[in-house]
Design a protein around this ligand. Sequence first.
Ligand code: FAD
Length: 307
Amino acid sequence: VFDLLVVGGGPAGAAAAIYSARKGIRTGVVSERFGGQVLDTMGIENFISVKETEGPKLAAALEQHVKEYEVDIMNLQRAAALVPGNDQVEIKLENGASLKAKTVVIATGARWRQMNVPGEDEYRNRGVAYCPHCDGPLFKGKRVAVIGGGNSGVEAAIDLAGIVAHVTLIEWDTKLRADAVLQRKLHSLPNVTVIMNAQTTEVTGDGNKVNGIRYNDRATGAPHHIELEGIFVQIGLLPNTDWLKGTVELSPRGEIEVDAYGRTSVPGVFAAGDVTTVPYKQIVIAMGEGSKAALSAFDHLIRITAP
Ligand code: FAD
């Protein structure tokens, strides 16, 4: 039985594991992919006190730091269910195994939302991308679309406009939701076209890679096709909480509801990072929240465990 079991090995999970192990309690981390979203990013320039680093480098450093302590790391394992109990919580894994813990910190993060249109899966990494920071340079001098007119979509369009030949930003709504300052910047760029009120219907390709995108004008229903080489999907992050439905309380967006201590609706179960309702999904924030959740779990433990 673990004193504290962390589910997730991103910045939040790694921080929770280190804070827990430093209390001398039995700590485990079960994670599908140690490093989390950090593995998918290249340049990181806002990891405070480190001027510049790269995702894979930071992910390796996270794992190395955790391994400095007595932490049972269970990699490439996916949690499938959480079963609350009286004084123990059970985490059922997809492989059929089950882990028991007195306290749990959930740090399963989030993932990019997909368009769910024909061609999207087929052409992923063959023109369909979700990370402008990672894949932008691959489209140097080419034509791309950005799907989504929120902050992330408009930021991506501005970013890509500096690298690629042309950017078409496609927004479903009749207006962009991004901050005004970003919209002003976007509209000042000569190689960006903004199409609003458009329903993306299909990613087209030549069998090998993307060659265009189809959308319908939502006002007239008229179908259109744009020839291009890349599509960046920027329509939001989805918290990885499918496995928790019906156990811990989730927000309407599927994020785990936590209080200022990282407590969830289930006693002994804490949560941290992108998977929670805490705003601003960033590495330093996830690390701070993970540390906080572990300290809260420790505080919970010393109250429930007899001397
Ligand atoms: P995640 O990093 O998402 O980690 C979640 C962990 O949980 C992973 O180990 C995952 O495998 C595991 N997991 C998920 N489901 C399960 C399950 N069912 N069972 C077991 N394990 C599971 N932030 C910055 O501060 N600066 C940046 O420059 C920056 N750039 C970014 C660029 C990209 C392309 C992306 C995608 C994100 C970027 N971010 C950046 C955001 C930052 O990466 C996240 O805020 C941060 O990684 C969140 O940490 P986390 O630990 O909460 O979740």
